[in-house]
Design a protein around this ligand. Sequence first.
Ligand SMILES: Nc1nc2c(ncn2[C@@H]2O[C@H](COP(=O)(O)OP(=O)(O)OP(=O)(O)O)[C@@H](O)[C@H]2O)c(=O)[nH]1
Ligand SMILES: [Mg+2]
Length: 351
Amino acid sequence: MEAETFNIPTGDEKAPFCCIVIGMAGSGKSTFISQLEKQAGRRSEEKLPYITNLDPAVTNVSYTPFIDIRNTIKIKDVMKNYNLGPNGAILTSLNLFSAQFDQVLNKMESKRNNTEMYIVDTPGQIEVFSWSASGTIISQMLSASFPSALVYVIDLARCKNPNTFMSNMLFCCSILYKLKLPMIVVFNKTDVADPEQVKVWLKDYAVFAEDLKKNETYLASLSRSLSLSLDDFYNDLNAVYLSSMTGDGFDSFFGAVEKAREEYYNVFLPDLEKRKQSNVAEKKRVEEEMAKFHNQVAQDKKGAELDKMYPNMANPNAGSQSLYQKKAQTKSKMEEVKEKFDEMKIEDENN
Ligand SMILES: Nc1nc2c(ncn2[C@@H]2O[C@H](COP(=O)(O)OP(=O)(O)OP(=O)(O)O)[C@@H](O)[C@H]2O)c(=O)[nH]1
Ligand SMILES: [Mg+2]
């Protein structure tokens, strides 16, 4: 199902905010969600977050999911029935679940007045969500229905080395390009890793370049130039530093949500509306071309009969061309139109 199917929220400032939590395996997504559940509960006891778990392979979660993929799909059955390994089974489970995602949206919608936040936990293998058609569809459906953001959780302990930090940030950037949603970057585990170095690297390219020198590898010059090109991305980064274990720094997350909400309404939503309109206009244009083409074919059929009867006579309506020649041109027009349709399909799959 496409994002266009749903009613796009327009300026409903009180709408619950939807956080789609993604991150590398073990970065602390589930721990972050249970801490967020606790902290949000402290802020508003009656309006607890409405949590959805999309990880079919997790055995225990320390939060209370209202919707849980595991209640609908048993990963062991998927592995057995489809003869798949664990990663293929997680992906297939998510694909199967995304086919029913409108039901999830309806359930979420029905809780609109009972919560301030929707939270979605995703599978440990980040690429299963961020690079799959189902992950794209789910995030499109969510963001077309509620003000939403991706919450990208990064393990701070994996950011000590400048090269690893660089690859983490590149990954983050690639997901932003892939899913095209407002993003909050959560540098997690501040209780075991000092965030100061990362803060400085994000602000000051010269320090990062200097620290890279200390770590000189054959990749250092590549990291230097990549970092320089990521400078703009860093400037706009909505980043927070916290510990999901202790709850330290969580207040800053709620501030980041407000910032992401503004970005959603001021930047993302108008862009979505524009994309939606240009899709509609493009579809209309292709439909008109198809209608013209069908007319042409109908006329050509008549003309072809005349051509057969008078093979040496040019069609007076087609200048000096015979109707057969014209038909050959119409065929290439058909290919052109078909290509347009194919292009649109590809866009739907990848966007
Ligand atoms: N010290 C510390 N440990 C943390 C923190 N957050 C998570 N952890 C630990 O990191 C490990 C992974 O946490 P999870 O919450 O399961 O991470 P996840 O990203 O959901 O993992 P997958 O879903 O398997 O990818 C667990 O041992 C957590 O206890 C934190 O803020 N501080
Ligand atoms: Mg998890």
